[in-house]
Design a protein around this ligand. Structure first.
Ligand code: SAM
Length: 279
């Protein structure tokens, strides 16, 4: 096993601390009626802990060497499939559909991972896109990134991704993992994050795509006042001022101070005020 030299390019930092592994798996409350998908099992620090508790585990690993190693190591575990592949290319709908059919007793589908940090955002976006299929995800991300996922309005780390994630899911930072728990040590500490998709988005908006356009426009010029930063949406100054007034928002505020609810009100009133004019 020690012959498997870690590839930095694949975000290979292997968890060495069994207690931390136990804590991650406990945080996902894995039960004997759960199907779990593990992203990047690596050398299996979490894999056997999950397999010991779950109904079935599909572990998707991109690195052939680790796949071979794990397939051999877990050859006797009847409830585990170690799949060679790129999680980002996995057809989650088809995979989860097939697993649910095979295991009709399934009560929940969960995702667990010490994520390869280099693709944190695409992986989490994919989980959110497939939120109707996934009941709970517990993933380790870079500590600073976890802070962005749960940042408060006005703080340095608050941004479009904060609102996007919290709109669709309940996001919680559970605990930190010091870098020294991994080999090789990454350059940053980690945080374990819980993602529970919401049955309904956190706020109601009349036009979701426009809501997100408004947010992106706001954060592209986050240091400007609202009355200027949102002109890039293609609305006139007058319409913008009116929409801000109707949404009870001070036009001199910076977009980074707006909560998700504020952005929702603003996007809705902009849509109403400038109806036909927004490209
Ligand atoms: N789970 C192991 C642990 O906790 O020790 C390994 C964690 S390591 C941070 C990330 C793992 O993800 C590596 O094994 C890496 O090869 C794998 N990986 C990287 N990119 C991947 C991808 N696109 N799809 C699936 N696995 C990937």
């Amino acid at each position: 096993m020690s012959a498997i030299f870690p590839k930095k390019s694949l975000g290979q930092n292997f968890l060495m601390d069994r207690n931390v592994g136990d804590k991650i798996v406990a945080a996902a409350s894995v039960s004997p009626t759960d199907i779990v998908i593990e992203i990047g099992p690596g050398k299996g620090a979490l894999t056997s802990l999950i397999a010991g508790r779950a109904l079935y585990l599909l572990a998707v690993e991109i690195d052939d060497r680790l796949c071979n190693y794990l397939q051999e190591r877990l050859a006797d575990a009847a409830n585990v499939e170690v799949r060679r592949g790129d999680f980002l290319r996995l057809d989650l709908e088809a995979e989860i559909g097939a697993l649910r059919q095979r295991f009709p007793q399934t009560s929940a589908v969960k995702i667990i991972s010490n994520l390869p940090f280099y693709i944190t955002t695409p992986i989490i976006t994919r989980i959110i896109e497939n939120r109707s299929l996934v009941d709970h995800a517990v993933v380790t991300v870079q500590k600073e990134v976890a802070a962005r996922f749960t940042a408060s309005p006005g703080s340095k780390r608050y941004g479009a991704i904060t609102i996007f994630l919290n709109y669709y899911a309940q996001m919680t930072v559970l605990f930190d993992i010091p870098r020294k728990a991994f080999r090789p040590e990454p350059e940053v500490d980690g945080s374990v994050v819980s993602i529970v998709p919401r049955a309904e988005p956190a706020v109601k908006v009349s036009d979701e795509a426009f809501f997100f356009r408004t947010i992106r426009a706001g954060f592209q010029q986050r240091r400007k006042m609202l009355r200027n930063s949102l002109l890039s949406l293609g609305v006139g100054q007058e319409d913008l001022e009116r929409a801000l007034h109707e949404a009870s928002l001070d036009p001199t505020l910076r977009p980074e101070r707006l909560s998700m609810q504020d952005f929702a009100r603003l996007a809705d009133s902009l849509r109403e005020v400038a109806q036909q004019k927004i490209p």
